[in-house]
Design a binder for this molecule. Structure first.
Ligand SMILES: [Fe+2]
Length: 355
């Protein structure tokens, strides 16, 4: 399978992975042949890419650190909390905590920690899907730091609800594609305090988990908000979630810009790490993040286009690839050569490409 942006989906291409609707139901099953009306519908609900089984590369499996069903269940739990709260509904964290426990168990038992989280969340459910991705990335860092299961669950709850305060902010401001006015930005900043209050008063979560919501926009050099705290005053849990939050935000499609591919996201994270994010936490995450995930398409220094077919655990920047287009852009059949960049040291990846 390979990742394909909706612009490049053609009729009769088969879907390689099931797509779920925002309420967790199956929308399109794996194996179904794509039809132009499906593409329109997917676009309508905010999708931008899908996994395509194109016959040539169907044996390529994309490793997942957390099962789709667990991810969908967690998204549903976060949505439930965040839609009930603003209307004064009685929300409980039972479902969310259970979902986090499943994520923790899967992450702790996963041998596939080399994750290419190429995540195909929609614009519509950005807040919920983003919250869950932040949870997964946070738990990967926590595992790298040797946290206990209990700590991981508490931290994970704080991570998936780090933006819970956003439901008390004017949605029109949150969705605004243009730059915010200073007063609008002041309102957005308040989601940290609101989140802390909700987690403490409404849900009685422990103080550290609630501080994740309060401090996840603080930066080590004091440039963050709401309080402009400096490194020594920010708790480790909030530093971890800040790294996860920044990485997932820059590699996601937003209303105001398209996502960056993982390779660019990692590069930017490392730039951002200088002085603002905790370099140790960034390193723990980049230990696991694959810049060129399996099933993504890359341009080689030879001018050829290739599909990443396996990750090289010793050097993420030199995976095994299969050439799918020659240097003049002509498509090759299944006969395209496999190039092991760990061996072919005079060839390198120039950049990730959309196909
Ligand atoms: Fe936030």
């Amino acid at each position: 399978m390979r990742i394909c942006t909706l612009d490049h989906v053609r009729p009769r291409m088969r879907l390689a992975r099931t797509i779920y609707s925002p309420d967790g139901k199956i929308l399109l099953s794996a194996g179904v042949a794509m039809h132009p009306s499906y593409v329109g519908k997917l676009r309508e609900i905010g999708h931008t890419s899908v996994y395509i089984a194109d016959g040539m590369f169907d044996d390529i499996q994309v490793p997942q650190v957390v099962k789709d069903s667990t991810r969908v269940e967690t998204i549903t739990a976060v949505r439930e909390v965040m839609t009930k709260l603003p209307v004064g509904g009685k929300a409980t964290l039972t479902r969310a905590v259970k979902a986090v426990e499943s994520m923790v168990d899967e992450i702790l038992s996963s041998r596939e920690m080399l994750v290419g989280l190429v995540d195909l969340k929609t614009l519509d459910d950005y807040t919920y899907a983003h919250s869950v991705n932040v949870g997964i990335l946070t738990l990967m860092i926590a595992r790298g730091l040797g946290y206990s299961r209990g700590e991981m669950v508490d931290l994970g709850v704080g991570a998936i609800l780090h933006d819970v305060g956003k439901c008390q902010v004017d949605q029109a401001i949150l969705q605004k594609p243009e730059q915010l006015t200073p007063s609008e930005f002041e309102q957005v900043k308040r989601h940290t305090q609101y989140g802390f209050d909700t987690l403490r008063e409404e849900f009685k979560v422990n103080l550290l988990s609630a501080h994740v919501a309060y401090q996840h926009h603080e930066r080590l050099d004091g440039s963050g908000y709401p309080r402009g705290l400096k490194s020594g005053d920010i708790i480790d849990w909030a530093k971890i979630v800040a790294v996860a939050d920044v990485y997932d935000a820059i590699t996601s499609d937003r209303v105001y810009r398209r996502r960056l591919p993982p390779s660019e996201g990692i590069r930017l994270l490392q730039v951002e790490a200088a002085g603002r994010l905790d370099a140790r936490m960034v390193r723990k995450l980049t230990d696991y993040l694959v810049p060129y995930p399996i099933a993504s398409v890359v341009r080689l220094s030879t001018g050829e286009t290739a599909l990443v077919i396996s990750v090289n655990p010793k050097d993420f920047y030199r995976p095994q690839v299969k050439v799918i287009k020659d240097e003049r852009g002509r498509s090759l059949s299944t006969q395209g050569p496999v190039v092991d960049l760990a061996q072919e040291l005079d060839v390198s990846i120039v950049k990730a490409v959309d196909l």
